[in-house]
Ligand binder design. Structure first.
Ligand code: DX5
Ligand code: ZN
Length: 224
C-alpha cells in the first residue's frame, strides 16, 4: 500500500447515482471513501446518515469507509455507524461531552478512532488523548460545506502535530480535509499529512482517474 491515501468525499458526488459514483471513484484508484455526516446543528448543513452507509455495505462496497461526524449527538451516532459498517470514525471534540469515552466507544467496536480538529481548535485537546487515537483529522476549512478554499495556516498546524507525535514516539496518520486538490496536495504532504480528503477536486471533474493519477504524481515527488 502507498504511504499516501486518497479519500474522495462523497459529499460532492451526484446523489442520484451514488452507487455508481462510488464504484467509479474506487475504480479510478481511490483508497478510502470519506463520508461526511452533518446534522444541521453542529454545522449548518444536513447530509446523510447511517442508513446510507449500511446501503453501501449491502451493495458490496468493501473499501474502508471513513465516517466524519459533524454532529452534536456524538455517541449514539458512533454506535449507529459501527452497526452500519464504518471503518474509521472521527468526531469533533467540541461536540462530545466526554471525549475520552467517545474515543473508547469507537475503538472498542473495532473501528479506527480519530479526532477532527477545526482550523481554530487548539492542540491542547491532544494532551490526554493522543495516545488513544488511530488518526487525526485536520480540518483545512470550517466544517459544513464542500468546495471551500484551503486555509494555509493549517500547514503549520500539521507540522506542529507531527512534531508533537515525534516527541512521544508516535506516528499515526494525519488526514487533511477541505480544499485539497492537485495544486496543493504535495505541499500538504510535505507538512506531514498522509491521508487526503478531496470532494470537489475529484467529483467536480469528468475524469476521476485523471485527477487521482495527477494527485499521486504530485505525491511521488514528496520526500520522507
Ligand atoms: C467539510 C467536509 C469535507 C468536504 C471536503 O465539512 O468535512 O469533507 O466535503 O470538500 P472539498 O474537497 O470540496 O473541500
Ligand atoms: Zn469531511
Amino acid at each position: 500500500m502507498s504511504r499516501f491515501q486518497i479519500a474522495p468525499s462523497i459529499l460532492a458526488a451526484d446523489f442520484t447515482q451514488l452507487g455508481q459514483e462510488i464504484d467509479h471513484v474506487l475504480a479510478a484508484g481511490a483508497d478510502i471513501i470519506h463520508f461526511d455526516v452533518m446534522d444541521g446543528h453542529y454545522v449548518p448543513n444536513l447530509s446523510f446518515g447511517p442508513m446510507v452507509c449500511d446501503s453501501l455495505r449491502r451493495a458490496g462496497v468493501s473499501h474502508p469507509i471513513d465516517v466524519h461526524l459533524m454532529v452534536e449527538n456524538v455517541d449514539p451516532m458512533i454506535e449507529a455507524f459501527v452497526k452500519a459498517g464504518a471503518s474509521y470514525i472521527s468526531f469533533h471534540p467540541e461536540a462530545s461531552k466526554h471525549v475520552h469515552r467517545s474515543i473508547r466507544l469507537i475503538k472498542e467496536s473495532g473501528c479506527k478512532a480519530g479526532l477532527a480538529l477545526n482550523p481554530s481548535t487548539p492542540l491542547d485537546i491532544l494532551d490526554f488523548t493522543l495516545e488513544e487515537l488511530d488518526f487525526i483529522l485536520v480540518m483545512s476549512v470550517n466544517p459544513g460545506f464542500g468546495g471551500q478554499s484551503f486555509i494555509p495556516s493549517v500547514l503549520n498546524k500539521i507540522k506542529a502535530i507531527k512534531a508533537r507525535m515525534r516527541d512521544v514516539g508516535m506516528d499515526i496518520p494525519i488526514e487533511v480535509d477541505g480544499g485539497v486538490g492537485i495544486h496543493n496536495i504535495a505541499e500538504i504532504a510535505e507538512a506531514g499529512a498522509s491521508m487526503f480528503v478531496a470532494g470537489s477536486a475529484i467529483f467536480g471533474q469528468q475524469d476521476y482517474k485523471q485527477v487521482i493519477d495527477d494527485m499521486r504524481h504530485q505525491l511521488s515527488s514528496v520526500t520522507e
